[in-house]
Design a protein around this ligand. Structure first.
Ligand SMILES: Nc1nc2c(ncn2[C@@H]2O[C@H](COP(=O)(O)OP(=O)(O)OP(=O)(O)O)[C@@H](O)[C@H]2O)c(=O)[nH]1
Length: 614
C-alpha cells in the first residue's frame, strides 16, 4: 500500500508502520465522511459560508494527515497536530454558529461527542492538556446556547447544573482516554524495549559486544554487491588454546575483549564481528582504494599484535590475518568471507602473520571451503545422489552386486566436486552417516534385490556410532530389503581404531545376515594378522595391484598371492580396477571370484540405470 512500507509488526519499524496505517485511515475516512456530510448539506440547500469554511478546514487537515502518512513524513506530528487543529476548529465554529444563531437540534449532541471522537487517539499529555479547555468550552456553550434548540426551558440554576454535568462528563471521558493512552504507550515502550533487547541479544556477541556472525553477514548483505574498495579481514588468534589452558578462561575472555576493543578502534570499517571462538572479522571500506591490500592488511595486523597489558604482566598475542578485497569474481558475500578465511589459513600455516587472498595460490583452499560451506545444504536439498558401480562374477560375467557410491550433482559450484573432494570433508563434518542414509534409501528403492546385492562403504567413525547397525537394519526394514542382500565394506583402518568394538559391531551385522568385505586390500599396511582379527567374507584387492601386475611379473605374483590367500581363507576374492580385457583374462586365470572396474562398468547415477541393469 505504501512505498517502502514494512510489514514487520514485531519491530520498532512495525510500530511506526501501524501508526502510519492508522493515520492514513483516519485521514482518508475522515475526508470521505466530511465530503459526504458537505454534499448532503448542499443537497438539502442549507450551505452557509461558515459551513463551507468549517468543512474546507477539516478537508485540508485530513488531507494533510493522509498525505504525510502516505509519504511517511512527520506522520506522528501531523496526525496529532491535525487532530488538535480539527478539535479547535470544531469548537470555534460551534461558537460561531451559536453566536450567529445558526444552531440546530443536533448541535448539543455534536458538541458532546465530536470532541471525544476527534481526540480519542491523542497521546495522554495532549489529552490532559485539553481537559480544562474542554471543560470550559462545554460549560460556556451549554449554559449560554445549548438548551435553546432543544425547546427546553430551565431556570438558570438548572441550566448551570446541567452544563456543569456535561462539562464534567466530557472531562472525565478525556481523562479516561488519557489513562488508556498511558497504558498504550507503556505497552508499546515495553514492547519496543523487549524487542530491542531481543534483537540486541540475537545480533551481538555477549562477551565482546561485537556483532555475531549472522548480524555481520546481514549488515554486509545490505551493501552487496559493494562498490570498489570493500574488503574483509578474517582473523584468528594464534595459540589461544594454550593461553586458556595455562591462565584460565577468565584470562582468555579478557584477551578476547581486548582484541575486540582494538578492532573497534580500526578506522573506516563497516562492521566488526566475533565470528566465534577466537575468530574475528572486519569489513573495511576504502572507496578510493587509496591503500594497496598488502598495506591495509599489514597495518591492521600491526594494530593487533601489540602486547596486551594484563595483571600477570604483558602478554604477546599472535594473530593470523587474511585479507580479501572485493572484485567482480566474488559471486557472493560468503565467498568473499571464505576467501579471507583461506588467506588467513595460509598466513597461519606459513606463520607470516597476514596474507592477502591470491586467486592462484588460494583457489584450492577456497574450493575446499566452498565444499565445506555447501555440503550440508546439498545433502538436505537432495543434490547428493546415489551412484552404483557393478561387480561381476568371473564364472559367467553376470553382475550380481553393486557398490554404493555418492555423487554430488547440481552443486552450483564451478565444477561438481568429486567424491575424493567431498567425502573427506563429509567425514570431518560428521556427515558421513547422513550421506549414507540418503544414498542408501535411494538405492534400496531402485535396485532389484532378487538379482543383486548392494555393497556399502562404512568408515570406522560410522561403525563407532552406537546405533549404527540398528539404524541400518531399520532402514533396510523400511524398504523391505533383507540384510542378507547387503555387504559392508570396511577398510583396514577399522583395525587401528578401537578394534574390539569394531569387531563386535561387525559380528552383529554378520549375525543379522550381512556379509563383510575388507576393501582396498594391498594398498596400506595389509597386515596378515588383521585378516585373522576381523570377521570377513570377502577380500577386495586394491586396484593398484592389477595395474602393476600388468607391468611386471613380480607384481603379478603378488596379485596371484593375494587371490590365493583369499581362497585359502575361504574368502571371496574380488579384484578391483579391472579396466581391460587383458586384465580380466589375467585375474580370471589367477582364480579371482569377482571383478570390478571400468571394463565391467563405470559408476553411474542409479536413476540412469535401465530396467535390465537393475
Ligand atoms: N576464554 C574463552 N575461550 C574460548 C571461547 N570460545 C572458544 N574458546 C576457546 O578458543 C580455542 C580456539 O581454538 P583454536 O583456534 O583451535 O586454538 P588455537 O590454540 O588458537 O589454535 P591455532 O589457531 O591453530 O593457533 C578453544 O580452545 C576454545 O575452547 C570463549 O568465549 N572464551
Amino acid at each position: 500500500m505504501f512505498p517502502n512500507a514494512t510489514a514487520d509488526k514485531d519491530s520498532l519499524q512495525g510500530l511506526h508502520d501501524r501508526l502510519r496505517v492508522s493515520a492514513f485511515s483516519i485521514g482518508v475516512m475522515g475526508f470521505v465522511v466530511n465530503a459526504i456530510a458537505y454534499l448532503s448539506i448542499v443537497l438539502l440547500g442549507d450551505v452557509t459560508a461558515l459551513i463551507t469554511l468549517e468543512v474546507g478546514s477539516y478537508a485540508v487537515v485530513l488531507g494533510l494527515i493522509a498525505f504525510c502518512a502516505y509519504r511517511d513524513v512527520y506522520v506522528q506530528r501531523v496526525l496529532f497536530g491535525g487532530l488538535v487543529a480539527i478539535y479547535i476548529t470544531f469548537w470555534l465554529t460551534a461558537f460561531a454558529y451559536a453566536y450567529r444563531q445558526e444552531t440546530m437540534l443536533l448541535s448539543l449532541p455534536l458538541v458532546v461527542f465530536v470532541p471525544l471522537l476527534v481526540t480519542m487517539v491523542l497521546p495522554h499529555k495532549l489529552l490532559l492538556g485539553l481537559i480544562p479547555f474542554q471543560f470550559f468550552a462545554m460549560h460556556v456553550y451549554v449554559s449560554e446556547f445549548g438548551l435553546a434548540d432543544m425547546g427546553v426551558t430551565w431556570s438558570d440554576p438548572q441550566q448551570f447544573a446541567f452544563s456543569l454535568g456535561l462539562a464534567g462528563f466530557s472531562s472525565v471521558c478525556f481523562l479516561a482516554f488519557a489513562v488508556l493512552a498511558i497504558a498504550r504507550t507503556d505497552t508499546d515502550v515495553k514492547l519496543v524495549d523487549l524487542m530491542g533487547d531481543k534483537e540486541h541479544m540475537a545480533s551481538v556477541d555477549s562477551l565482546t559486544e561485537l556483532l555475531n556472525r549472522r548480524a555481520f553477514l546481514n549488515r554486509l548483505e545490505d551493501h552487496w554487491p559493494p562498490s570498489q574498495g570493500f574488503a574483509i579481514a578474517f582473523l584468528d588468534l594464534d595459540h589461544f588454546k594454550p593461553l586458556n589452558d595455562q591462565y584460565g578462561h577468565q584470562m582468555g575472555d579478557y584477551v578476547l575483549g581486548e582484541v575486540a576493543n582494538r578492532l573497534r578502534e580500526v578506522p573506516s570499517t563497516l562492521a566488526t564481528a566475533r565470528l566465534g571462538g577466537d575468530e574475528f572479522a572486519v569489513c573495511c571500506i576504502d572507496p578510493g582504494r587509496q591503500k594497496p591490500a598488502e598495506e591495509a592488511a599489514a597495518e591492521l595486523h600491526s594494530r593487533l599484535v601489540v602486547d596486551l597489558q594484563t595483571d600477570i604482566g604483558p602478554i604477546s598475542m599472535g594473530v593470523s590475518l587474511g585479507f580479501a578485497v572485493y572484485d567482480e569474481s566474488y559471486e557472493s558475500l560468503s565467498m568473499l568471507l571464505r576467501a579471507a578465511d583461506a588467506a588467513m589459513r595460509r598466513a597461519k600455516s606459513t606463520k607470516s602473520g597476514w596474507a592477502t587472498f591470491d586467486h592462484e595460490i588460494d583457489s584450492a583452499a577456497l574450493a575446499t571451503s566452498s565444499i565445506e560451506f555447501e555440503l550440508k545444504a546439498a545433502l538436505r536439498s537432495g543434490n547428493i545422489r546415489a551412484a552404483v558401480q557393478p561387480i561381476a562374477l568371473t564364472s559367467d560375467m553376470n553382475v550380481t552386486e553393486y557398490e554404493l557410491l555418492a555423487r554430488w550433482v547440481n552443486s552450483g559450484l564451478e565444477q561438481d566436486p568429486g567424491p575424493a573432494q567431498f567425502i573427506p570433508i563429509a567425514e570431518k563434518q560428521g556427515l558421513l552417516n547422513e550421506m549414507l542414509w540418503v544414498t542408501l534409501s535411494e538405492a534400496l528403492d531402485e535396485l532389484n534385490f532378487e538379482r543383486h546385492r548392494l555393497a556399502i562403504n562404512v568408515s570406522p567413525a560410522q561403525l563407532s556410532a552406537s546405533d549404527f547397525v540398528d539404524k541400518l537394519l531399520e532402514v533396510l526394514e523400511a524398504h523391505a530389503v533383507s540384510p542378507g542382500s547387503i555387504t559392508l565394506e570396511v577398510t583396514e583402518e577399522v583395525v587401528f581404531r578401537n578394534l574390539d568394538r569394531n569387531v563386535e559391531v561387525l559380528n552383529r551385522a554378520r549375525e543379522a545376515g550381512m556379509a563383510i568385505a575388507l576393501d582396498d586390500f594391498g594398498s596400506g599396511y595389509s597386515s596378515l594378522s588383521m585378516l585373522g582379527a576381523l570377521p570377513l567374507d570377502k577380500l577386495k584387492i586394491d586396484q593398484t595391484l592389477i595395474r602393476k601386475a600388468q607391468e611386471d611379473r613380480r607384481s603379478a605374483n603378488i596379485l596371484n598371492a593375494a587371490i590365493t590367500l583369499a581362497q585359502q581363507l575361504e574368502l571371496i576374492a574380488c579384484v578391483e580396477g579391472v579396466e581391460t580385457q587383458e586384465a580380466l583374462d589375467q585375474v580370471v586365470a589367477m582364480g579371482a571370484d569377482q571383478v570390478q572396474g571400468y571394463f565391467i562398468g563405470r559408476p553411474s547415477l542409479i536413476q540412469t540405470l535401465t530396467g535390465s541393469d537393475v
